[in-house]
Design a protein around this ligand. Structure first.
Ligand code: MEV
Length: 416
C-alpha cells in the first residue's frame, strides 16, 4: 500500500497521521494512540482484580500484507524488536500475489465431564437417545447467537478411560460467530449439565470449553519466488523446516517463531493469547509434536509455505469491548468478521516463520535483531536526546558491537 511506503522511516507522529487517514480514526482515537497510558485505572479496575496499574507494550503496524487480494495494515503489540520488520519484509517478498487464506466457520467445542456413572455403557446409549432433547435444552442458553446464524449446533457423548475409571464426556459444538466464545460456551455447559445429570445421574464435574478448537482452523499459503529470494534462501528454509520436522527441540522454537506474529496480533486486538497458544501447541502435538508451518518446492521451483492451526479469536466481546486500543487495532485492520481476523493472524504467523527461517539459515538473526535493538542499548547506556540515540545506535551497528559499555563509550565521546 502506497500509504505505508517508507513507514519505518517516519516519526511516530507522522505514522499516526497517516494511520488516521488510512483507517478513518477520530481525534479521540488518535489521542488514545498518542497517550501511551491509554488504559485508565477505572477501565483496568473493571477488567481484573486488585488493579494497581497497567503494563504497556509498543503497538506497531506490519505493512505489505495482501491476503486474498485485499491489502491490510496489521497491528502487532509486542516487546521484541524485529518481529514487525521481519513480517513486513516477508509479506513484501510474497507480493504481488501475497497470501491466500481461508478459515472454518467459528465452531467451538465445550466439554462436560460426568463421573461416578453406574453403568457408563448404558448411560451413553441413553444420552444418545436423548440427543435432540439435550440439544434443544442447551440451545436456549445461546439464543442470542442464533439471530446471527450461530448457536448450539451439535452434541455428542463418549466414554473416556482415565486413571480414575470410566467417565462420560459430553461435547457441545457451538457456533460463536464473531466472539471468541468462551463465556457463551461455558454458560451453555453449566446450564445444561444439570439436565444431563437428571438423565444419567452421576457427578457433574468440569464444564469448560476446549482450546483445541479443531473445528475453527485457519489456513494460509504464500509462494516466495526463487527469482525474488534466491535459491540459496529456498534451500536454507527447506533445510530449516526439515530440521524442525525431525527434531522436537528445534520444532518448539520453529513454532515459537510462528507465534511471534500470531500472539502479537492477538494482543493488539484484545484477544486471549493464552487460549491461542494452548490451541496452537495442542494442535501441533496431535500426531507427535510437529511444525505448524510447512515448506516445499512447487512445480516452478519456488518456495511454497503453508500454515494451519486452530484460532479461536473474536472481533466482539470480552476485553475487545473494553480495551480502547483493541477497538482501534480492529478498525485499522478493517476485518469484518472473526474468521477474517483469524486468516490475517495465520498469515502473520506464516510471514514470521518464513522470515525467521530465511534469516536463521543465511546471515543469522543477530545482525538484524541487534541493529534494531541498538536503539534500546543506546538508551540503556544513557542516551536521551533523539540525536544521541541515533548517533550511538548507528555507531553500534557500524562496529557490530552491541555492548552497553561500548555504547557508553560512544556517548561519552559524543558529549565531549
Ligand atoms: C525469536 O523470537 C524467534 C526465532 O527463534 C524463531 C525460530 O527460531 O524459527 C528466531
Amino acid at each position: 500500500m502506497d500509504v505505508f511506503s517508507g513507514y519505518y522511516k517516519k516519526s511516530v507522529d507522522e505514522r499516526i497521521k497517516l494511520l488516521k487517514e488510512f483507517a478513518g480514526l477520530t481525534s479521540d482515537e488518535v489521542s488514545v494512540l498518542e497517550k501511551t497510558g491509554s488504559l485508565s485505572p477505572d477501565i483496568a479496575d473493571r477488567m481484573i482484580e486488585n488493579v494497581v496499574g497497567s503494563v504497556h507494550l509498543p503497538l506497531g503496524i506490519c505493512t505489505n500484507f495482501k491476503i486474498n487480494g485485499k491489502e491490510y495494515a496489521v497491528p502487532m503489540a509486542v516487546e521484541e524488536p524485529s518481529i514487525i520488520a521481519a513480517a513486513s519484509n516477508a509479506a513484501k517478498l510474497s507480493l504481488p500475489e501475497g497470501f491466500t487464506a481461508d478459515a472454518d466457520e467459528p465452531i467451538m467445542m465445550g466439554q462436560v465431564q460426568i463421573t461416578n456413572v453406574k453403568n457408563p455403557e448404558t448411560a451413553l446409549s441413553v444420552l444418545r437417545k436423548h440427543k435432540k432433547e439435550i440439544l434443544d435444552y442447551s440451545k436456549e442458553f445461546a439464543k442470542g447467537m442464533e439471530k446471527y446464524g450461530g448457536g448450539v449446533k451439535d452434541f455428542e457423548a463418549r466414554i473416556l478411560e482415565t486413571i480414575r475409571g470410566k467417565m462420560i464426556i459430553c461435547e457441545f459444538y457451538i457456533d460463536v460467530r464473531d466472539a471468541m466464545g468462551a463465556n457463551t460456551i461455558n454458560t451453555v455447559l453449566e446450564k445444561t449439565a444439570p439436565f444431563i445429570k437428571e438423565i444419567i445421574g452421576g457427578t457433574t464435574r468440569l464444564r469448560i470449553l476446549t482450546n483445541l478448537a479443531v473445528k475453527r482452523k485457519a489456513v494460509a499459503k504464500a509462494v516466495w519466488k526463487k527469482d525474488k529470494i534466491g535459491e540459496e534462501a529456498i534451500e536454507g528454509i527447506l533445510d530449516g523446516y526439515a530440521f524442525a520436522d525431525a527434531d522436537i527441540y528445534r520444532c518448539a522454537t520453529h513454532n515459537k517463531g510462528i507465534m511471534n506474529g500470531i500472539d502479537a496480533v492477538a494482543l493488539a486486538t484484545g484477544n486471549d493469547w493464552r487460549a491461542v497458544e494452548a490451541g496452537a501447541h495442542a494442535y501441533a502435538a496431535m500426531n507427535g509434536y510437529s511444525p505448524l508451518t510447512k515448506y516445499s518446492l512447487n512445480k516452478n521451483g519456488d518456495l511454497e509455505g503453508l500454515i494451519e492451526l486452530p484460532l479461536s479469536v473474536g472481533t466482539v466481546g470480552g476485553a475487545i469491548n473494553t480495551l480502547p486500543t483493541a477497538k482501534i487495532a480492529l478498525k485499522i485492520l478493517k476485518v469484518k468478521t472473526a474468521r477474517e481476523l483469524s486468516m490475517v493472524m495465520a498469515c502473520a504467523g506464516l510471514a514470521n516463520s518464513f522470515a525467521a527461517l530465511k534469516a536463521l539459515s543465511t546471515e543469522g538473526i543477530q545482525k538484524g535483531h541487534m541493529r534494531l535493538h541498538a536503539r534500546n542499548i543506546a538508551v540503556i547506556a544513557g542516551a536521551k536526546k533523539p540525536e544521541e540515540i541515533d548517533f550511538v545506535s548507528k555507531k553500534l551497528a557500524e562496529e557490530s558491537n552491541y555492548s552497553v559499555d561500548f555504547a557508553k563509550k560512544i556517548l561519552k565521546e559524543m558529549k565531549k
